[in-house]
Each structure stands twice: as structure tokens, then as C-alpha cells.
Design a protein around this ligand. Structure first.
Ligand SMILES: NC(=O)c1ccc[n+]([C@@H]2O[C@H](COP(=O)([O-])OP(=O)(O)OC[C@H]3O[C@@H](n4cnc5c(N)ncnc54)[C@H](OP(=O)(O)O)[C@@H]3O)[C@@H](O)[C@H]2O)c1
Length: 261
């Protein structure tokens, strides 16, 4: 089936990471022109740029609004406009901390590194949509935002806000400036990537996290990226907006208690 994405101009934030990198590869596979965004992983972004035939790379800390605006200015310069934006960049704080011990500093940092950077990215893209009259935005949520995540209430809260309030507002706002404009979310569950590499080396943890999934496996980044491509495509998803596609093997929740040894 044709995605109609050939020649489309796509910005992928967090493309130096596992899921973002897979998104960039899938879009290039469809013939799109892609800007690869990175933050600290310049070398990874450069390697991906070379792999993808010289795709442009642009760096920036997206917690900073000037950096976000600069990313969009340079992406529009590189591609002469943008048709699609995939807001992948985000950060899961590894340490498990219950709310009663969670410092305000970490709470604010996690909201900024997930919710605020997605808001700033969406804002900059919607300004481009306002200029062009068209555009498709795909944001990355998480099953943490659907089921909650004990020890990571900060991250779960940030992702819930993306998956609900932000998504449902933006799908109604975008059509004020682009009658066919669309906004959707993909929620990955546990996915192999640099973000989870350390955690997922524990086979007992993998057994536990896969026990509420019908399809008992940790996702590969490509599993997530292909759903992003489907939602981004006007050909395949032209009448789909405000939707959340969960890529988590049919996960139904979380195991809340460990069995005693
Ligand atoms: N892996 C999972 O199990 C999983 C599950 C649910 C949701 N997710 C979500 O999926 C998205 C991608 O995660 P991933 O697994 O691919 O992790 P990853 O490999 O660690 O990638 C994260 C990406 O975000 C970028 N980034 C982080 N902080 C940034 C900042 N302040 N400014 C700009 N860019 C920043 C990183 O850039 P640099 O590396 O260049 O610094 C990297 O490209 C995230 O939003 C994450 O929350 C992942």
C-alpha cells in the first residue's frame, strides 16, 4: 500500500535515539526527506545522516525555546518547508522514586524534558502549519501515560498530559489553520533502545513486564516507527486525528506485586 510520503519533508526530533532513529529510517524508506535532530548524541546523528544518504542533522536542547525555534528555522531552510513533524525527544529518569520522596527538582526537570519540549515542538510546528495550510504531527506518549508507573509519577504525568489534554486540544486547534491538518499520538510500551538498555538486561524484569502483554515481547524501535509512519501518512490516515495508537503487544496494565522468593 502506498503511504504517499515520497518527497514529504519530515522533521524527527530525538532521531539520535532508538525510536527516533527508527522513525527516520522508515520515512527515508518511504522516500521522504528527513531532518535528523539530536541533543547530546551528535556522533550518532552524524552516523545516521551518513547511513541515510547525507540527511541533514540539526542539534539542540529542546527544553530551551530559542533552540526549538532555531531547529525549525534550520529545518525549514534545509527542506524548504515541513509537511510532517514527529516529536520523539524525551527522557525517562532511570531511578525509581516514590512520590513521597520525589524532589521538586526532579518533578520539574521531568515535566520539562517530556511535556514542555513536546509543547514547544508542537508550537513551532503549528506555526509552520499556519504558514503552509497543511501538516501532520505525531507525538510520542508512553504506556506510562495510560496505566501510570509507580516510581515514575513525574514521567507518567508528563506523558498523560501529552496523550490527553495536549492531543485532544491540538487536533481541534490545527484545523483552524489547516482544514486537513492532523495530530495523533503513538504510545510505546517497553521498547529496546538506549533509554531502556540497562533496565532490560535483567531477564526477571523482562519476564515481569511482559506478563500483562498478549504478545509477550519487548518491542523493537521499528515496531513503533511503522505506526508513526502510518499515522503521519495522509494517504493511509487522512481521516484519523486525535487518536492514540498503543504499540505494546496488547499490554493491559502492570504487575503490581513481586512474588516472594
Ligand atoms: N524505550 C521505551 O521503552 C519507551 C517507552 C515508552 C515511551 N518512550 C518514549 O519514546 C521516546 C524515545 O525514546 P527512546 O526509547 O528512543 O530513547 P532514547 O534512545 O534515549 O532517545 C531519546 C531521544 O531524545 C533526545 N532528547 C532527550 N532529551 C532531550 C532534550 N532535552 N532536548 C532534545 N532532545 C532530547 C535524545 O537526544 P540525544 O541522545 O542526542 O541526547 C534522543 O535522541 C521518548 O519520548 C520516550 O519517553 C520510550
Amino acid at each position: 500500500m502506498e503511504t504517499g510520503l515520497a518527497g514529504k519533508r519530515v522533521l524527527v526530533t530525538g532521531a539520535s535515539g532508538g525510536i527516533g532513529g527508527a522513525c527516520a529510517r522508515e520515512f527515508v524508506g518511504e522516500g521522504s526527506r528527513v531532518v535528523i535532530h539530536y541533543h547530546e548524541g551528535r556522533e550518532r546523528a552524524e552516523a545516521l545522516g551518513r547511513e541515510l544518504g547525507g540527511a541533514p542533522i540539526v542539534g539542540g536542547d529542546l527544553r530551551d525555546e530559542d533552540a526549538v525555534d532555531e531547529l525549525f528555522r534550520r529545518s525549514v531552510d534545509e527542506l524548504s518547508g515541513l509537511d510532517v513533524c514527529v516529536a520523539v525527544a524525551g527522557k525517562w529518569p532511570e531511578e525509581d522514586v516514590p512520590l513521597w520522596e520525589l524532589p521538586l527538582e526532579r518533578w520539574e526537570a521531568t515535566l520539562r524534558a517530556n511535556l514542555t519540549i513536546t509543547y514547544l515542538t508542537a508550537r513551532a510546528f503549528l506555526r509552520e502549519v499556519e504558514r503552509n495550510g497543511h501538516g501532520s504531527l505525531v507525538m510520542i506518549g508512553s504506556t506510562a501515560g495510560l496505566f501510570g508507573e509507580a516510581g515514575h509519577a513525574d514521567y507518567a504525568t508528563a506523558k498523560s498530559a501529552i496523550v490527553h489534554g495536549l492531543l485532544l486540544s491540538l487536533k481541534n486547534e490545527i484545523v483552524r489553520v489547516a482544514p486537513r491538518g492532523r495530530v495523533n499520538v503513538v504510545c510505546p510500551g517497553w521498547t529496546e533502545s538506549p533509554m531502556t538498555r540497562t533496565t532490560l538486561t535483567d531477564p526477571e524484569l523482562v519476564r515481569r513486564v511482559t506478563r500483562t502483554m498478549a504478545l509477550r515481547k519487548v518491542a523493537r524501535p521499528e515496531d513503533v516507527a511503522r505506526q508513526v509512519v502510518v499515522l503521519a501518512s495522509d494517504e493511509l490516515s487522512g481521516h484519523v486525528t486525535g487518536q492514540v495508537v498503543t504499540v505494546a503487544g496488547g499490554m493491559e496494565g502492570r504487575l503490581l506485586h513481586h512474588d516472594p522468593k
